[in-house]
Design a protein around this ligand. Sequence first.
Ligand code: CA
Length: 441
Amino acid sequence: MTTLNETHDPALRSWVESANAADTEFPIQNLPLAVFRRRGSNEAFGGGVAIGEQIVDLTAAVARGVFGSDAARPAQAAAGDSLNPLMALGPAAWSALRQSLSRALREGASAQKLLEPCLVAQADAEYMLPARIGDYTDFYTGIHHATTVGKLFRPDNPLLPNYKWVPIGYHGRASSIVVSGTPVRRPLGQTKGSADTPRFGPSQRLDYELELGFLIGRGNPLGEPIPIEEAEQHLFGVALFNDWSARDIQPWEYVPLGPFLSKNFGSTLSPWVVTTEALAPFRAPLARPADDPDPLPYLNAAQDRAQGALDIELEVWLQTAAMREAGRAAVRLTRGNAREAAYWTPAQLIAHHSSGGCNLQPGDLFGSGTLSGPGPDQAGSLLELTQGGKQPITLPNGETRSFLADGDTLTLRGYCERAGARRIGFGVCSATVLPAPAVRV
Ligand code: CA
């Protein structure tokens, strides 16, 4: 678990003035990474670090010799079109890069003159996914989500007996994960309600899932589990993740092998990865009811119980096409906190995933599962917010929604704030729903 160091000092200020604004998500204490280029250019994509409203172009900074000995190698590794080479270097290298950037961006830093020409305004940038994601695994750590959704299907027995023993997950699809800003097309699929035979057509119950994306740093050799005590050393960082879901396709197709096309038509990842080290001031105990079972030893470590959870505020915002046309801003649907929502920590997911011998690789992505809080206004999906579509929500302009409509723009936001620490944020994870392809008749 990362300890606090000079880079977390809440008093630090940057010579990049916008990083000192009280409401910035990217103060000098954050320093998240992305892969970007100037919008509309033919430049190669490369690694960048957010500072206020600017991005430090790492390729340019490396070329200008900004980084000293310890940080030169990780900076070079982050300069290409994916962060995988940096992820593979491990926590000492990540930390050296962070420390070097923190010192170079501070008020009064002698590196200011060298770095100033390396800044690109975020307003002028476009992004790629931060990593080449080899494998994507979707977990189900949101216990309130699991309970509420379970109630819709099994009122008497909402939470299955394995839930409090084993972190539930399944293998997802990496090819359809896209970076924030990329539209998501409504899927076609087979659905079967109470009819005798299924129909094929556009999903009528398209939903979002509010999740965190955990990006794996160093992997493990095949056959060699990662001990829970070492698991966080394999966690590079955290991003926002919308794991879009077709609620009408899933019930018909998922028996007996699990979700398939209802889950693999698109998932949206935010461009900025907030590093595990940046999150150090915002850790929390793993809170579980007193009469819940202790995790099995391979999922149980004192340090993880004490600080394994993430204290991240999460919000969901919706702007419909009609709102956009009328110039109305997005409306916040819900707000919750990952700490309250998740039953398992990232370290437990890493330890569990590798416990059978499966090898993780740099750039692998874990979805947390839908992070709904205990309250009805903290739902992480429309399925929960509208009680399976039975109670549509009414928006300020009078429109109603049971599930998402074409033209809806769904945006996730996240931030951490705590007394004694500088507030940091995750940027946005946003996408607009496009109509389904034409159906063959
Ligand atoms: Ca999911």
